[in-house]
Design a binder for this molecule. Structure first.
Ligand code: UD2
Length: 309
């Protein structure tokens, strides 16, 4: 199959690209290299067509979608706090970019678009676990943008017959997640600090919780979403279905790395949700998804990766 991966040089996108190349698919990557890195694709660069392109560029998306059977749309600005500070920019990338990808898919006759949505669409309503039938109520621009994108996906399915699937990622972690920015995912930040004997900062009291999921499981869900016999316009939670508080996370990282974790505390971040936990029954039933790598196993793999020179 011929595939376009937007954001294919990024954290999750590059893992999807590696797996597709292993399966013998013909892969084209579109990335603007703002957060994506060429080195994320070093091992497969001879087997992949890599194009520097931005999802805000409608014409580029049209050219790149041409001839593709499936698009994995991973390109996005992924930080909740960044979206709070820069909503116009994240809106342009996260909503208009998705619209450009859908429109390109429609015109190119792409069979299916698999979209990286987010648990952020659920917002702060306290009922747990989160189930796809619940009413979304995002509290950050980022959550609003992912939800609006899901609506565009469904509209394009109904109006134009493009098969669409939205995967609501919970908190994804693993190799190649960049720890260096204040907007990076918490596991990458904590693990890199702990390994260099620096203190970690917990925003809030540390009792907030997340459903962390190792990136290989997310790749499994994407490949299943691309090939499963599905009604178009479906949405699925992608997570482990296990709740971890940040205090527990800090301890688990310390245990996996065999080091003592030095914790400091700071005020909670604006736009953060408090708790997040997924019901993954629908993905299990309809996609055959199962989180084959547990959170603890994933933490071990991630720490081994960080320690590998
Ligand atoms: C993550 C994803 C987001 C979305 C969402 C789905 C990233 C960067 N963001 O947002 O794209 O899919 O999950 O649920 O992957 N924290 C600290 N100390 C730190 C960093 C973070 O205490 O140094 C806290 C933070 O305040 C929050 C929790 O850790 O309570 C998780 O933060 P995050 O930025 O890793 O992820 P989140 O849930 O905002």
């Amino acid at each position: 199959m011929k595939v376009l991966v937007t954001g294919g040089a990024g954290f999750i996108g590059s893992h999807i690209v590696h797996r597709l190349v292993e399966s013998g698919d013909h892969v084209r990557v579109a990335d603007n290299f703002t957060t994506g890195k060429r080195e994320n694709l070093r091992a497969v660069e001879r087997d992949v067509e890599i194009v520097a392109a931005d999802v805000r560029d409608k014409d580029a998306m049209r050219r790149l979608a041409s001839g593709c059977d499936v698009i994995f749309h991973e390109a996005a600005i992924v930080s909740v706090p960044y979206s709070v500070e820069h909503p116009e920019e994240t809106n342009a990338v996260n909503i208009q970019g998705t619209l450009h990808v859908l429109s390109a898919a429609r015109h190119a006759g792409v069979r299916r678009v698999v979209f990286a949505s987010s648990a952020a669409i659920y917002g702060d309503e306290p009922t747990m676990p989160k189930c796809e039938t619940m009413l979304p109520d995002p509290v950050s621009p980022y959550g609003v943008e992912k939800l609006a994108s899901e609506h565009y996906l469904r509209a394009y399915h109904r109006l134009h017959g493009v098969e669409t699937v939205a995967l609501r990622y919970f908190n994804v972690f693993g190799p190649r997640q960049d720890p260096s920015s204040p907007y990076s995912g918490v596991i990458s930040v904590f693990a890199s600090r702990v390994l260099s004997n620096e203190p970690i900062t917990i925003f809030g009291d540390g009792t907030q919780s997340r459903d962390f999921v190792y990136v290989a499981n997310v790749v499994d869900a994407n490949l299943a979403a691309a090939s499963a016999e599905l009604a178009g316009g479906r949405v699925y939670n992608v997570a482990c279905g296990k709740k971890t508080t940040l205090l527990e996370l800090a301890d688990n990282i310390g245990r996996a790395a065999h080091v003592t974790v030095n914790k400091t505390f700071a005020p909670p971040r604006a736009g953060d949700i408090r708790d997040s936990l997924a019901d993954i029954t629908r993905a299990r039933t309809e996609l055959g998804y199962t989180p084959r790598i547990s959170v603890d196993e994933g933490l071990g793999l991630f720490i081994r990766y960080l320690r590998t020179p």
